[in-house]
Design a protein. Structure first.
Length: 260
């Protein structure tokens, strides 16, 4: 039997404190998770529980207090091209054309090679025809797609997405969820995405990580085992939705007099 592949990301006993107003505040507490190559992890939890901090630690943008974070077999010491990040706001540079935004971090010494790589990302997120547009000329959904293309441009093994769809209207959001799923399927990139939207978390994930309020601890990791769970309104979808909801809300049946 082939030896099981090593996880692409190993987080062991991770703790993080921040110094806020002279006090050490515990933000993340004893986070433990191994993530396999090709998984799609979504993270849900209250505002302020440390989700963005966790992504930044994985990306090497924020250091951690203690524990271990091992990406691709090596302890994380700083940012690297094997891990891309898409921030909540798209952070496109307004003075650069879309293709230059997407190819910003890529080596330009071989111009032809640079153009080809950028064009591949543009096709992937279906922005063909807008290569020379400026960010102000794109809709919100298109800007988010450009930001995703930029995150994928260096062909990272892991893409971290911090509420990438938070600013979109409900219809565009559902459309973008399908796009993200398609990209994940086509490229096989390991995805770790923070979202406040429980439907979205279930629709996209192979596993949903539910976090407690600050200090953020992992309360449950819910494995989505059945592709019917991706059909909104199906019994499986509702089953998983209730499982996540139960962590946040009591049974909220409200008696209403409908004969008013
Ligand atoms: N650089 C920093 N210095 C000090 N405290 C910080 C810093 N970054 C974040 N924090 C604190 O850490 C806590 C967690 O912040 P974080 O941004 O990770 O939360 P979050 O779960 O992403 O919240 P939200 O859902 O609102 O985006 C907050 O209390 C915040 O004030
Ligand atoms: Mg956040």
């Amino acid at each position: 039997m082939a030896a099981e592949e090593k996880p692409i990301l190993e987080i062991k006993h991770l703790n993080k404190t921040f110094n806020i107003d002279g006090k050490q505040v515990e933000i993340l507490k004893n986070i433990n998770i191994d993530i396999k190559r090709g998984e799609f992890i979504t993270i849900v939890g209250h505002s302020g529980c440390g989700k963005s901090t966790l992504l930044k630690i994985i990306a090497g943008l924020v250091n951690y207090s203690d524990g271990e974070v091992i990406r691709n077999g090596r302890p994380v010491k700083g940012p690297d091209t094997d891990c891309g990040m898409v921030f909540q706001e798209h952070r496109l540079l307004p003075w650069l054309k879309i293709k230059d935004n997407i190819g910003f971090g890529l080596d330009r010494r071989n111009r032809k090679n640079w153009e080809e790589r950028v064009q591949r990302q543009i096709e992937l997120v279906r922005l063909g025809g807008f290569e020379n547009a400026y960010p102000s000329q794109l809709s919100g959904g298109m800007s988010q797609r450009a930001a995703i293309a930029r995150g994928l441009a260096a062909d990272p093994d892991i893409l971290l997405l911090d509420e990438p769809l938070g600013a979109l209207d409900a219809l565009t959001r559902v459309q973008m969820q399908k796009e993200i799923l398609r990209i994940w399927h086509d490229k096989g990139t390991t995805m770790i995405m923070v979202t406040h939207d429980i439907d979205e978390a279930i629709f996209l994930a192979t596993r949903v990580v539910v976090m407690s309020a600050r200090p953020g601890e992992i309360k449950e990791i819910i494995e989505i085992r059945n592709s019917n769970a991706r059909i909104r309104g199906s019994a499986d979808f509702t089953y998983y939705k209730n499982k996540v909801y139960n962590h946040f809300f009591e049974d909220e049946k409200v008696d209403i007099d409908y004969n008013i």
